[in-house]
Design a protein around this ligand. Structure first.
Ligand code: HEM
Ligand code: HEM
Length: 646
């Protein structure tokens, strides 16, 4: 049995490794199989030309796979497991398995055992949407295939058409998909067909259905179950083979085919999103593509996990006769306890190699001491004044959310003097670090990268988790306007819905939003930022509010009064922020919004009870935040000093 002190770093490494492995990259096959994507696209185009509905069937296959995108849905049953194909939502209903098998055979012909079935599903889903006139997006790649499948997981995770809004929301939230993602993804029902057994009850028994629409369906679908069960009707009657936003227009006139469809527009919280998507095809397209990427990111296997199958319906383990039913939790813990640090480090290295345009080794040859120089300067600044760690972390956030992570926040001008940025600190520390880095490598390391690394080193200096920072950002030559700042950095009066939607617009999920808000486990806020919350809100602990009121007067004044964002451990990067929220001790209105009876309550509970869950979600979200619209290649410049363009 490993001692605690030995096991803890091991677990941390495992956690970090799985954080890093969650990163897929759009260029994954660029060298190993440059023709993979064009091979898949032309095969999908042929299949959809033959039968337009196949586009719908392939899109749905990716969805049914992705509640864990590992191609497990494609595996036939074996002696050791019953696969997903006979699960209730799949049996007699999923289609396109043969098309995928054909595509796989064509891809194997160009690159032997290189491209996973899970990636083929993800690309085929995108190509299907495009073939039917819908939007395109860049598919992140590098998923590997599972070696096993589990019928009961599919029965448990895939939502049935009888679900109400609350169940639908919960089932998507369970996969870290926001309510907006859920509404956008449901727009997939703008193509394809459903069997009568899935909407009979709705057209005979429900009242939130257009009566002419119901009557016309009743004409072909008898009331008694057992007859005509498998006959088909289009999910979008108006344009069943065009990927458009007509689905939402249908919902507005109570012409959703499935009970679950009409739930999205039934006097509830998603009505306005449906109205928005119905009136704006481009709003729908952009939400749909963002949500497809989020869905494609659900628990992929990467690095050395899983396998690359040669044929999508069979695991290589089965092909070679190896037992697939492995890995009880006891087996796993003994594997973990005996694994060496070296192999875990190797896993981390392998995993991070799969990162997007940015790369963790960007300065390895051009400025090998860059990272060490930044780290020692940050550590010195934080030991002099612990709050500086908080200020540097916030600087990176304010940089990334406005015009992307391009160090624009460091330039004097309208961006820096906009409301939310007036309380930023740490500019001098960044200037000093830049001077030290310039001294060893002239005009090589960007200010945007320095901000990103300094944010990570700040978290570490205050006892928080570490992660590998992808690098290669370049600096902007302009700052943003105050309007851009106001549109992208929400005030502390923001509601949960506003928070979710701004993060969503950056490609960050609700879980990322909650995790990143955990940054408020360190640092301070000024009285005007929390005044309204401690005097006007009711979702605040009374004695907590009273103690803050003692120093922060009602009405006005107290502009220089500070309070710690986390009263319990203001200078320690831990998960206390989330426990504070559970006892209604969030300092800002926006903090307490995360735990106020809404969709993020469970995530807050999870992070409050598990420091490891928070650390890993935080590290993942920081990497994602650091990826917001970086300037790369020949874009922008590398500034000589951070406060001015060259
Ligand atoms: C919101 C929860 C969802 C429920 C309850 C649901 C349920 C269903 C049902 C019952 C059918 C008809 C199956 C049949 O009668 O054989 C169907 C078809 C379909 N679903 Fe969903 N679905 C949901 C979300 C999604 C998502 C997220 C996607 C993809 C992003 C999707 C894509 C499709 C497509 C394209 C079809 C037509 C397939 C074909 O014609 O072969 N669905 N869905
Ligand atoms: C969810 C939306 C967010 C809102 C509305 C928000 C708002 C605020 C406000 C009002 C303050 C206090 C400013 C003052 O009174 O001086 C603050 C401080 C801070 N914020 Fe946020 N914030 C958000 C998200 C984040 C994120 C994503 C991070 C980093 C990942 C972050 C890191 C910090 C830190 C570390 C401080 C303390 C800074 C210091 O002591 O110098 N915040 N935030």
């Amino acid at each position: 049995m490993a001692s605690d002190s030995y096991l803890f770093p091991l677990l941390l490494l495992v956690a970090l490794a799985s954080v890093a492995t969650a990163q897929l990259s759009s260029t994954f096959y660029d060298t190993s199989c440059p023709n993979a994507l064009s091979t898949i696209k032309s095969a999908v185009n042929t299949a959809v030309n033959n039968e337009p509905r196949m586009g719908a069937s392939l899109l749905r296959l990716h969805f049914h796979d992705c509640f864990g995108c590992d191609a497990s849905v494609l595996l036939n049953d074996t002696a050791t497991f019953t696969g997903e194909q006979t699960a209730l939502p799949n049996q007699g209903s999923i289609r396109g398995l043969t098309v995928i098998d054909n595509i796989k055979a064509q891809v194997e012909a160009v690159c032997n055992q290189t491209v996973s079935c899970a990636d083929i599903l993800a690309v085929a889903a995108r190509d299907s949407v495009v073939a039917l006139g819908g939007p395109s997006w860049t598919v992140l790649l590098g998923r590997r295939d599972s070696t096993t499948a589990n019928k009961s997981n599919a029965d448990r995770d895939l939502p049935p058409p009888t679900f109400d809004l609350a169940n639908l929301t919960a089932s998507f939230a369970n996969k870290n998909l926001s309510v907006t993602d859920m509404v956008a993804l449901s727009g997939a029902h703008t193509i394809g067909q459903a069997q009568w057994l899935n909407f009979r009850d709705r057209i005979y028994n429900e009242t939130n259905i257009n009566s002419t629409f119901a009557t016309s369906l009743q004409a072909n679908c008898p009331r008694t179950s057992g007859s005509g069960d498998t006959s088909l009707s289009p999910l979008d009657t108006t344009s069943p083979t065009s990927f458009d936003n007509a689905y939402y227009g249908n919902l507005l006139s109570q012409k959703g085919l499935l009970h679950s469809d009409q739930q999205l527009f039934n006097g509830g919280s998603t009505d306005s999103t449906v109205q928005n998507f119905a009136s704006s095809a481009s709003a729908f397209n952009s939400a749909f593509t963002a949500a497809m990427i989020n869905m494609g990111n659900i628990s992929p296997k990467t690095g050395s996990q899983g396998e690359i199958r040669r044929s999508c319906s069979k695991s290589q383990l089965e092909v070679s006769g190896i037992e697939t039913d492995c890995c009880s939790s006891e087996d796993l813990s003994s594997v973990m306890a005996s694994a060496s640090f070296l192999s875990l480090l190797l896993l981390v290295a392998l995993a991070t190699a799969a990162s997007a345009q940015l790369s963790s080794t960007f300065y390895s040859t051009s400025c090998p001491n860059a990272l060490a120089t930044i780290k020692s300067a940050v550590t010195a600044a934080v030991s002099q004044e612990p709050r500086m760690g908080a200020s540097l972390l916030r600087l990176h956030f304010h940089d990334c959310f406005v015009q992307g992570c391009d160090a624009s926040v460091l330039l004097a001008g309208n961006e820096q003097s906009a409301g939310p940025n007036l309380s930023l600190r740490g500019f001098n520390v960044i200037d000093n670090i830049k001077t030290q880095v310039e001294a060893i490598c002239k005009q090589t390391v960007s200010c945007a990268d320095i901000l990103t690394v300094a944010a990570r080193d700040s978290v570490v200096a205050l006892g928080g988790p570490s992660w590998t920072v992808p690098l290669g950002r370049r600096d902007s030559t302009t700052a943003a306007s105050s309007t851009t700042v106001a549109n992208n950095l929400l005030p502390p009066s923001a509601s949960l819905a506003q928070l979710i939607s701004v993060y969503q617009s950056k490609g960050l999920s609700a879980t990322d939003m909650v995790a990143l808000s955990g940054a408020h486990t360190i640092g301070q806020a000024h009285c005007p930022s929390y005044r309204a919350h401690i005097y006007n809100d009711t979702n605040i602990n009374q004695s907590f509010a009273a103690s803050l009121q003692a120093n922060c007067p009602a009405g006005s004044g107290g502009t220089n009064v500070l309070a710690p964002l986390d009263t319990t451990t203001a200078n320690t990067f831990d998960n206390a922020y989330f426990s504070n929220l559970l006892s209604q001790k969030g300092l800002l209105h926006s903090d307490q919004e995360l735990f106020n009876g809404g969709s993020t309550d469970n995530t807050v509970r999870n992070f409050a009870s598990s420091a490891a869950a928070f650390s890993s979600a935080f590290a993942t979200a920081m990497v994602k935040m650091g990826n917001i619209s970086p300037l790369t290649g020949t874009q922008g410049e590398v500034r000589l000093k951070c406060s001015a363009t060259n």
